[in-house]
Design a protein around this ligand. Structure first.
Ligand SMILES: N=C(N)NC/C=C/[C@H]1O[C@@H](n2cnc3c(N)ncnc32)[C@H](O)[C@@H]1O
Length: 428
């Protein structure tokens, strides 16, 4: 990588000091360690600058730098700035693992019968093959999956790995349920802990909204590469993201229609604000009604957990071709995921956990992406396009979802915006 980039206007280079480590992703980003002195050549945007370190140049996140020579006032403010460095953690681990140190999220996940029973079914239907196996439960939380393993099968050992302070309680639950002979709890990040042995089975419940949000999947892939022995099994074994063009009439009326005539008054000047506030980001925990689907759903992304690589997570693209089955209003797209657990026995039945509208609801429910403008469609209209999940290069648990679509109407009289595109932050 050359130290200067012809198409960036060069400013006189300024020296900056880095506040923490940064691992660049892709060839364009420059990695550095905390305390490095960088030479900033250009500031093309407020977020990304073009800088050089020891003759190598690349983009760096501006928020990770402070002007060199500013350290004296920095020392004076050291105390109140102390907590700021935690804001610079691209993984936001303090906040993330802090949230899992309380019961709220564990109660939500454990109360999700579809989710929890699916994992119990996986253990139960593979109990014979789990005999004498070494199992790793990555991100075990309260240890529910590990306890199922110890209760319903005879593995030789289960390594229950949990980074949050919940691990202390997980140890108590293991003891309380008489599983301490089989289950060993390791408190720490899966990326950092040392296990006594390779594992035969790597099981984890890592899926976030829209499948990938939180990107815990990266930890699972790293653990697979480091701890899963050759021929070992990873659960889930594969995952699919499903999309469907849909109506969302009640949501649209609730958030946008409301301003037409509240109490006989015209509040429509607030509609642009409502659009910005309610339709710019995806709507999590959306419950799509079956008859809101304008077409049959389509799997747009399929992930094989044996071959998926961390670098593949930067950008994942899918395509779709829908044929509208009934007239209606195309308000947006709804997405959900399904994960599959292959049997340990050759030819055994695959267990699946489907979070879509035709299955028992889960705590994820579905995710709704609202278009800027609803479009009336007729049966026979074709909605084709692409979906792009692009991981945030700085905030590593976040991504954007970009949808491109075009509508080929089967008849002429209906009004149509033929082509559309929209990018949704999740959440950065
Ligand atoms: N979002 C869904 N579905 N599940 C979130 C489930 C997250 C649980 O896994 C733990 N966890 C997440 N990442 C790691 C890691 N790298 N090492 C150890 N424990 C981890 C969290 O602290 C939660 O207890």
């Amino acid at each position: 990588m050359q130290a200067d980039k012809e198409d960036e206007e060069d400013v006189c280079p300024e020296e900056f000091v880095t506040l923490c480590d940064f691992t660049g992703s892709g060839s364009e980003q420059l990695s550095f360690s905390s305390g490095d002195k960088l030479l900033v050549h250009a500031k093309p945007t407020s977020e990304w600058w073009w800088a050089e370190l020891r003759g190598v140049a690349g983009y760096v996140p501006a928020s990770y730098l402070r002007p060199d020579g500013a350290e004296e006032e920095e020392e004076e403010e050291e105390d109140e700035d102390e907590e700021d460095t935690s804001l610079l953690d691209p993984w936001q681990d303090e906040e993330y693992f802090g949230s899992y140190g309380t019961l709220k999220l564990h109660l939500e996940m454990l109360s999700d019968k579809s989710r929890t029973e699916a994992y119990r079914q996986v253990i139960r239907s593979n109990s014979a093959s789990l005999t004498n196996k070494v199992v790793m439960d990555l991100g075990c939380g309260t240890g529910i999956i590990s306890l199922f393993c110890a209760q319903l099968a005879q593995p030789s050992v289960v390594y229950a790995v949990e980074a949050s302070s919940m691990a202390e309680y997980t140890r108590q639950l293991v003891k309380q349920n008489g599983c301490e002979e089989v289950v060993t709890v390791f408190q720490g990040r899966a990326e950092e802990i040392e296990l006594p042995d390779q594992v035969d089975v790597l099981v984890s419940e890592w899926m976030g909204n829209c499948l990938l949000f939180e990107f815990m999947v990266e930890s699972v892939l790293l653990a697979r590469d480091r701890w899963l022995r050759d021929g070992g099994v990873i659960w889930p074994s594969s995952a699919a993201l499903t999309l469907v063009p849909c109506q969302a009439d009640s949501y649209y009326r609730e958030k946008m229609g409301f301003w037409e005539r509240p109490y006989g008054l015209d509040f429509t000047p607030l509609q642009p604000l409502a659009h910005q506030e309610f339709f710019t980001k995806p709507k999590f925990s959306h419950l799509i009604e079956h008859n809101d689907c304008l077409t049959a759903p389509c799997d747009v992304i399929c992930l094989n957990m044996y071959t998926l690589q961390v670098k593949d997570l930067e950008e994942i693209k899918g395509q779709f071709h829908f044929c509208v089955e009934k007239p209606g209003v195309f308000h947006g797209f709804t997405a959900w995921f399904t994960v599959f657990f292959e049997s340990l026995e050759a030819g055994g039945a695959t267990v699946e956990l489907n979070t879509g509208p035709n299955s028992e609801p889960t705590h994820w429910k579905q995710t709704l992406f609202m278009l800027d403008r609803p479009v009336r469609v007729c049966a026979g209209d074709l909605i084709g396009g692409t979906i792009l999940l692009r991981r945030n290069p700085v905030w590593r648990r976040h991504m954007t979802v970009t949808l491109h679509w075009n509508i080929n109407c089967s008849t002429e009289e209906t009004d149509h915006s033929q082509v559309g595109t929209k990018t949704f932050p999740m959440w950065r």
